[in-house]
Every structure is written in structure tokens, then in C-alpha cells.
Write a protein that binds this ligand. Structure first.
Ligand code: NFA
Length: 101
């Protein structure tokens, strides 16, 4: 028997699609105190005080800023928890999510 009889004619390459990461975005508003935004960024997203201040200031100046990236369910849960924490204090603070390209 020739070698070719044992050789598979098509090689199936297993394609394990890596799930897209999703960005959590901090949206600026005119009412939420800066210190509160920084506290949320540190507590919910584990940013250092320095990172939290930079993200807060960037959103304040540019309108929004990417906080971090996570698998979709984690991004959505964290964005909802952080938005809820602002709402609980009567602030319009908002975090959104979007898939990375
Ligand atoms: N713009 C808010 C203020 O001046 C601070 C803020 C920054 C709010 C980023 C929301 C997001 N108090």
C-alpha cells in the first residue's frame, strides 16, 4: 500500500475563534464629582489612583475615555455596576461598552 492511502486528503484545521474583548468606556457629564469618578475607577476597575485620575481627566477633557478591556460579560457587568453606583448617589455617571475591532 502506498503512503498516500494513509494520508488524509484534507487537513481540518481546528478554528477556535478567540472571543472579542469589549471596551468599557467612561462618558463625561457635568455633574458627577471628579473624586467620586476616581473612587469608582479604583474600586470597580482596580485602577491605581494615578491611572484613575488620568482616565477621569481624559474623559472630562475629551468627552469619553476607554477604562479597560474585558470579555463581554465581564465588561457589561462592570459597566452596569459602576453606572448603578453613580445612580445610587443621584449622579448621571455613565459607563458604556463596545466590542474591540
Ligand atoms: N466633568 C465632571 C466634573 O467636572 C467630572 C467627570 C469626569 C464626570 C469624567 C464624569 C466622567 N465634575
Amino acid at each position: 500500500m502506498s503512503d498516500s492511502a494513509l494520508k488524509p486528503k484534507t487537513v481540518v484545521k481546528p478554528k477556535t475563534e478567540r472571543p472579542k474583548l469589549h471596551k468599557v468606556i467612561l462618558v463625561n457629564d457635568d455633574y458627577t464629582p471628579r473624586g467620586f469618578v476616581v473612587t469608582i475607577l479604583q474600586g470597580e476597575f482596580r485602577l491605581s489612583e494615578d491611572q484613575a485620575n488620568r482616565v477621569m481627566i481624559t474623559a472630562h477633557q475629551k468627552g469619553s475615555c476607554v477604562v479597560s478591556v474585558f470579555p463581554r460579560d465581564v465588561a457589561e457587568t462592570k459597566a452596569a455596576r459602576a453606572t448603578d453606583a453613580g445612580r445610587a448617589k443621584g449622579y448621571p455617571l455613565m459607563f458604556t461598552t463596545e466590542p474591540e475591532e
